[in-house]
Design a protein around this ligand. Structure first.
Ligand SMILES: Nc1nc2c(ncn2[C@@H]2O[C@H](COP(=O)(O)OP(=O)(O)OP(=O)(O)O)[C@@H](O)[C@H]2O)c(=O)[nH]1
Ligand SMILES: [Mg+2]
Length: 462
């Protein structure tokens, strides 16, 4: 139905389903005002199509003179609206029934149910925002910390788009010079001009590189990191989880094998969203239930961006620890020696030798010792922290990073071509590729598939 009628009038409930103060039904498209005329009755305000844009009116939604709900109706006329089309927003009483009835009614009058993200997709297709900005809309909605919100808003305002578009235009400029030398071979590029071009390409490479360098931190700001707490049974993993979460989320007992299921919760470490997972202690076991838990622990170890290995100062490193250490040998990890309030069995020199590359922190969950230090170490391990959050363009989206990487490669190849005086036709191909790759970020050259993939992640009604 969607593909048959991509330009029709769409409708969706834009507020979360459930009880609330208000529930909003949103309409966008050529028939939005006509549909509103049919269902909205106001004592002395006339019909919605006659309203001034950006005005809100009090009235009732009726179906064949049957009263459905008392509402406020807002009109935003094309082209100055979210989608650049006529938009009508109906604020109903919050609650499943009222909004559902109103939605059913607008569909009966000719609207169709919107696909996820279709309002924002129209804003993009109608040229109000570019693709990177459309993606930022979702990032704003999903932002997990203030810092994530800040970079998302800056991307929505066009920070990334502006830099990418500017670089892309400079490449187009170079391409037109190269094309000219193909069209008029007798006026071959002079050596001086070639030197100038190489300099231009080098400047572009440096700027692309700087942008790509923001992405390792940027992607973390957008997506957060997954930190898996692991270790043998009874080392204090769940106790640590509760302490970092600042609440009693998981069960702690002196019995080894307490945690059976992996539990995931988000914490905010200085603006970085960290998804913490407490897992079942890994050991050899005959118990089916425990075995299933351990299988899950290993799954979360695979997924982890950072492994938090918890050792027990009271037991020292034993066989069970050694097995786990082997399992996570090549992972990015932080070694945590817990229970330092108890007699220390742990041999520091030996630990230093085992974990040559990894930071080691000694803590006591019981006495809350070195917990701030631990939080700092977690941050340092994943975050370079060498840019000012929110200043300048920060790449937060893996899709953008891939496109930037590709265009960087293309430009390297252009540089090589210019230096080795290869034929301009070949250089032109690389330039064209670079232009295309940068174009995908702002949506200048993207396939329908990619668009579908981007917008299907949106919520309905956005
Ligand atoms: N002395 C001392 N005891 C601790 C400390 N941290 C945790 N414990 C105790 O160690 C025991 C095990 O703690 P848990 O947090 O359940 O350990 P776990 O690693 O989650 O254990 P499993 O879920 O069985 O793998 C409990 O009795 C805790 O109170 C600490 O820093 N010092
Ligand atoms: Mg536990």
């Amino acid at each position: 139905m969607y593909k048959d009628n991509p330009d029709g009038t769409i409708a969706a409930v834009s507020t979360p389903i459930g009880e609330g103060g208000i529930g909003i039904v949103r309409l966008s498209g050529p028939e939005a005002l006509k549909i509103a005329n049919e269902i909205f009755v106001s004592k002395n305000c006339g019909k919605p199509s006659q309203y001034e844009t950006y005005t809100t009116h009090y009235g009732r939604i009726v179906n064949d003179s049957r009263y459905i709900d008392e509402v406020l109706l807002t009109v935003m006329k094309a082209p100055k609206s979210y989608t650049k089309e006529d938009i009508v927003e109906i604020n109903c009483h919050g609650g499943i029934q009222a909004v559902r009835k109103v939605l059913e009614l607008v569909v009966k009058c000719g609207a169709r149910i919107a696909e996820p993200g279709e309002f924002t997709k129209r804003a993009f297709l109608n040229g109000r925002i570019d693709l990177a900005q459309a993606e930022a809309v979702l990032d704003v909605v999903r932002a997990k910390t203030e810092a994530s919100l800040k970079v998302a808003v800056s991307q929505l305002e066009g920070s990334v788009s502006k830099v990418v578009t500017e670089i892309r235009e400079r490449i187009i400029d170079i391409a037109s010079q190269i094309e000219a030398s193909i069209d008029f071979p007798e006026e071959e590029l002079e050596i001086v001009e070639e030197g100038r071009l190489v300099k231009k390409v080098e400047d572009i490479l440096a700027e692309l590189k700087a942008l790509i360098d923001t992405s390792s931190d940027g992607i973390i700001l957008r997506e957060g990191i997954l930190a898996t707490i692991c270790g043998k049974p009874n080392t204090g993993k769940s106790s640590l989880m509760n302490l970092l979460l600042k609440r009693d989320r998981v069960i702690v007992t002196p019995i080894p094998g307490t945690t059976r299921d992996a539990v995931e919760e988000m914490i905010n470490l200085k603006g970085i969203p960290v998804r913490l997972v407490d897992t079942a202690g890994i050991a050899k076991t005959e118990d089916i239930l425990e075995g299933e838990g351990i299988r899950k622990s290993k799954g979360y170890l695979e997924l982890a961006d950072l492994v938090l290995l918890v050792l027990d100062a009271a037991t020292g490193i034993d066989r069970e620890d050694e097995d786990i250490i082997r399992l996570i040998a090549d992972r990015k990890k932080l070694v945590i020696i817990n229970k330092i309030d108890l007699a220390k069995k742990i041999d520091k020199a030996r630990i230093g030798k085992i974990f040559k590359e990894d930071p080691i922190v000694e803590i006591s969950v019981k006495e809350k010792r070195n917990i701030k230090l631990l939080e700092r170490r977690i941050l340092e391990t994943v975050w370079s922290g060498d840019f000012n959050q929110g200043e300048g363009a920060i790449v937060t989206n893996a899709r953008h990073k891939t496109a930037l990487d590709r265009s960087y490669e293309n430009m390297l190849s252009v540089k090589r071509g210019l230096k080795n005086v290869v034929s301009p036709e070949l250089i032109a191909i690389d330039l064209k590729e670079a232009i295309l790759n940068l174009g995908t970020i702002v949506g200048k050259s993207v396939s329908e598939d990619i668009l579908d993939r981007i917008f299907e992640n949106f919520c309905i009604g956005k």
